[in-house]
Ligand binder design. Structure first.
Ligand code: UD1
Ligand code: UDP
Length: 373
């Protein structure tokens, strides 16, 4: 049997912890050597630590505490990560760095490994890069995520595309075919592994006096939405209209960035919208699976809604998850009250009979197989 190769998982935010968890746990199960670097991009208990407890994940070997100064200074944030990650990778010498998605952390992890590899002639070190969730494109270069994911893809040796659609995007961008692997999305693994516990153990519906199909769920955190007072106010107005039209409560676990910007812009959450702290994954899955409709600007939540067969309205002008729209699970509504209300009315009547495009829940196994080959 070939020597097992040491992997370095680099993550820093809520969705990265959640979406890498099936791969990390598989490494534990199969005794594959690995270590984790947590950049500390997310750090509040409800955005970070809670997931390690719920998912029973081992503590990262390295915690860097590199917080962003959002809403600005993106370069400073990314730069500090490059400096710290490089020191660790030079010491640990992993075979491959694994990053996920489109955050500053994913970008910094991929770029640092690549920079080390370019010194191979002198240092003798070459570190491969694996990008989980490769090939997604919104074609909106003003999103920090679009730049991050594009560059991570073009630095990667292993590109794990969720579907054939992303594979084709990567091929069109000139990435060699043999580097691309269509694996599904690890979010399906997560949903499959935790839905039963979410259904059987979580009491959040009782705590909030909710019943199945009698509330809507809202999440918001995209920089282009909440860092603009005009757009954020428009979205809040839309939510108020939907609340009045449906007369159903709207549950709103508020992302930390959003709390900060609500405060900064002195915006008020409308009556009937129940703002709560961000919740753990199991509570959130439960809120999603029993919601009548999900309103969101999150990437992961669009995928989960589609996987759980709950209609979704995306509060953005584009999506890098067009599969969700094509199967009829999602509408990209824009950010104006008219567009959002129209989309909500349509999706409230949607038939939940679409096929999940994101795979069968065995994505982590496929990824590990490729990395260990
Ligand atoms: C980041 C990612 C985004 C991803 C999101 C997942 C980038 C550029 N953005 O956005 O792609 O969708 O994570 O949620 O990488 N904050 C806290 N506590 C926390 C985390 C953040 O208070 O635990 C506050 C900080 O004041 C920070 C602000 O939220 O300044 C924004 O955090 P940041 O990580 O820059 O961006 P996110 O909006 O979380
Ligand atoms: N999530 C959570 N608690 C919440 C809101 C979201 O556990 O209160 C989870 C959700 O299930 C999904 C992930 O966070 O797996 C999505 O992360 P986020 O929306 O922050 O980022 P994005 O996917 O847009 O990058």
């Amino acid at each position: 049997m070939p020597k097992k190769r040491k992997l370095a998982f680099i993550f820093g935010t809520r969705p990265e912890i959640i979406k890498l968890s099936p791969i990390i746990k598989l490494c534990q199960k199969k005794n594959i050597p690995f270590f984790c670097i947590h950049t500390g991009q997310h750090y509040s208990y409800t955005m970070d630590e809670i997931f390690f407890k719920e998912l029973d994940l081992c503590s990262p070997r390295y915690k860097l505490h590199i917080r962003s100064k959002a809403p600005y200074m993106q370069g400073d944030h990314t730069g500090r990560m490059l400096i710290e990650i490089e020191k660790i990778l030079l010491k640990e010498e992993p075979y491959c760095v694994v990053v996920q998605g489109d955050t500053n952390t994913a970008f910094a992890g991929a770029l640092t490994a690549e920079k080390i590899s370019t010194t191979e002639s002198y240092t003798g070190r070459y570190i491969k890069v694996a990008h989980v969730e490769a090939g997604l494109r919104s074609y909106d270069r003003l999103m920090p995520e679009e730049t991050n994911r594009f560059i991570a893809d073009h630095l990667a040796d292993f590109l794990f595309a969720p579907t054939a659609k992303e594979k084709n995007i990567l091929l069109r961008e000139g990435i060699p075919k043999s580097w691309i692997h269509v694996t599904g999305n690890t979010i399906v693994d997560v949903v499959k592994q935790h839905s039963l516990a979410a259904r059987q153990k979580m009491t959040i519906l009782n705590k909030l006096s909710l019943q199945k199909d009698s509330y809507l769920l809202l999440t918001l955190h995209r920089q282009e939405n909440v860092d603009s007072k005009k757009i954020f106010a428009n979205i809040i107005r839309s939510i108020e209209k939907i609340r009045k039209k449906t007369n159903l409560p709207i549950i709103f676990p508020v992302h930390k960035r959003t709390t900060k910007m609500l405060d900064k812009f002195s915006l008020k959450i409308p009556d009937g919208v129940i703002a709560i702290e961000p919740v753990g994954l199991l509570d959130f899955l439960r809120l999603e699976m029993d919601a009548k409709l999900i309103l969101t600007d999150s990437g992961g939540v669009q995928e989960e809604a589609c996987t759980l067969k709950v209609p979704c309205v995306t509060l953005r002008n584009n999506t890098e998850r067009p599969e969700t729209v094509e199967v009829g699970a999602n509408i990209v509504a824009g950010t104006t009250p008219q567009g959002i209300l129209k989309a909500a009315k349509k999706m409230l009547k949607a038939k939940r009979n679409w096929k999940n495009p994101f795979g069968d829940g065995k994505t982590a196994e496929r990824i590990i197989k490729v990395l260990m080959q």
